[in-house]
Design a protein around this ligand. Structure first.
Ligand SMILES: [Zn+2]
Length: 411
């Protein structure tokens, strides 16, 4: 820029004032608007318990106008802000006090960041205000919560009429070509954004491991250019389970892989496992896992409205039974075989239960639990690049082997 200014000054015979007008115009024209505003940042989060109220304070670098509403069953308060960076000294997910059992935060969809406060009992917002910077403190959003009845919560905390509380991210999906040349593989990184998934012994989030492994699987799948590969998410953003299923179907997927990391109350439990859909769980642990994984939408603060039954009641019809045979073939006969030399396996590494994300009736779908982040050794292993590359290569080998059997069957 200095070179341009020098030239401008050489060619400007109208005196210094016009020169500076030109300089100013140049700066205004070439500077993007965002750089004046900067990124909105959350700098600290505090929960204080007072005699009658629980006070939730968010420190920010600028003023905000939050949107706040409540969701019942379980009772939650949702606070939506414009997209912010969570610029915190330490993670605060899971913290709570007073009426707040646990808090979560993260990107809900591009342009909107979200706090979800799980409540001990129905509570309503009795005060909400923003304090300007003073006494060395930045902007503060202050929200007071006080216990109330269920009936009052449902009425006073409901989202504004006509205001859809949870328009969710919709992933653009290329429409399935009529005559597909390459098999379509959809890779789904579990959880994301305001839903951290399980939390490991060292504090690592399942959503991060899922995304790291999904990216590696996608990278490897694309190497040979044999597949059309689609990711449901490629950043730290929340996606409802139904949206993941929609992406899989809209893409005309031939295989759907949902990647996760598991936890177990017993720290010694470890190993890779893979799950397919069934209306009767193979065992109690698989049923408990499905119930946990199916909670993602509740955790994300999505108003389940008319589709909670849809998520919870999984009935497998005839078409789905055919699809399910393929899912089982991939999971039990191929994936487990390919992975066993690259990772330790859980006992009975293939199991089944009612996972909502595996519900696409026409897409063979599996949910992979890469390992247990509740096991200190396995958590550490899952975070190493060498294990990630090895395990993802085995998963991609399984995908190759699966489509090889399909192609030879088609000949
Ligand atoms: Zn998960």
């Amino acid at each position: 820029m200095s070179l341009i200014l020098k030239r401008l000054s050489q060619f400007t015979d109208f005196g210094p004032r016009l020169f500076w007008v030109l300089v100013f115009a140049f700066v205004v024209i070439t500077t993007p608007v965002q750089s004046f505003a900067g990124n909105l940042k959350v700098q600290d989060i505090r929960v204080g318990v007072h005699a009658s109220a629980t006070r939730f304070v968010v420190e920010l670098n600028d003023n905000v106008e939050p949107r706040i509403f409540g969701l019942p069953d379980p009772f939650r308060v949702v606070i939506d802000l414009p997209e912010v960076d969570f610029d915190l000294e330490e993670e605060r997910i899971g913290d709570g006090a007073g009426q707040i059992l646990k808090l979560r935060y993260g990107l809900f969809r591009p342009g909107t960041s979200r706090f979800v406060l799980d409540l001990k009992s129905p509570s309503k917002v009795t005060k909400k205000f923003v304090l300007k910077p003073s006494g060395g403190k930045p902007w503060r959003l202050v929200i007071d919560l006080e216990p109330t009845s269920r009936a009052d919560f449902v009425v006073s905390m409901r989202p504004n009429a006509g205001d859809n509380p949870s328009p969710v991210t919709r992933v653009p999906v290329p429409s399935a070509p009529r005559q597909k040349i390459k098999p379509v593989v959809v890779v789904d990184a579990g959880h994301g954004g305001v839903d951290p998934g399980a939390i490991g012994v060292s504090g690592v989030y399942e959503k991060k491991i899922a995304l790291d492994y999904a990216r590696e699987v996608v990278r490897l799948l694309r190497v040979a250019d044999k597949y059309e590969v689609i990711m449901t998410r490629d950043r730290d953003v929340f996606l409802p389970l139904r949206e993941r299923v929609r992406v899989s179907r809209a893409a005309g997927a031939d295989l759907f892989l949902s990647l996760h990391a598991n936890t177990h109350p017993k720290r010694s439990t470890s190993g890779f496992s893979v799950y397919t859909l069934s209306d009767r769980a193979s065992d109690k642990e698989a049923a408990a896992l499905a119930a946990l994984e199916n909670k993602s939408d509740v955790i994300g603060g999505v108003n389940l409205g008319g589709y909670s039954d849809d998520v919870q009641n999984i009935l497998i019809d005839f078409a789905q039974a055919k699809t399910n045979e393929l899912s089982v073939e991939f999971a039990r006969d191929i994936l487990v075989e390919k992975v066993k030399n690259s990772a330790s396996l859980l006992t009975r590494p293939w199991r089944s239960a009612g996972f909502a994300v595996l519900k696409a009736p026409d897409v063979p779908s599996v949910l992979v639990e890469l390992g247990y982040i509740s096991n200190p050794q396995e958590e550490r292993l899952l975070l190493t690049g060498s294990h990630r590359r090895k395990l993802c290569a085995a998963i991609v080998n399984a995908v190759d082997a699966y489509f090889k059997t399909k192609q030879s069957a088609a000949l």
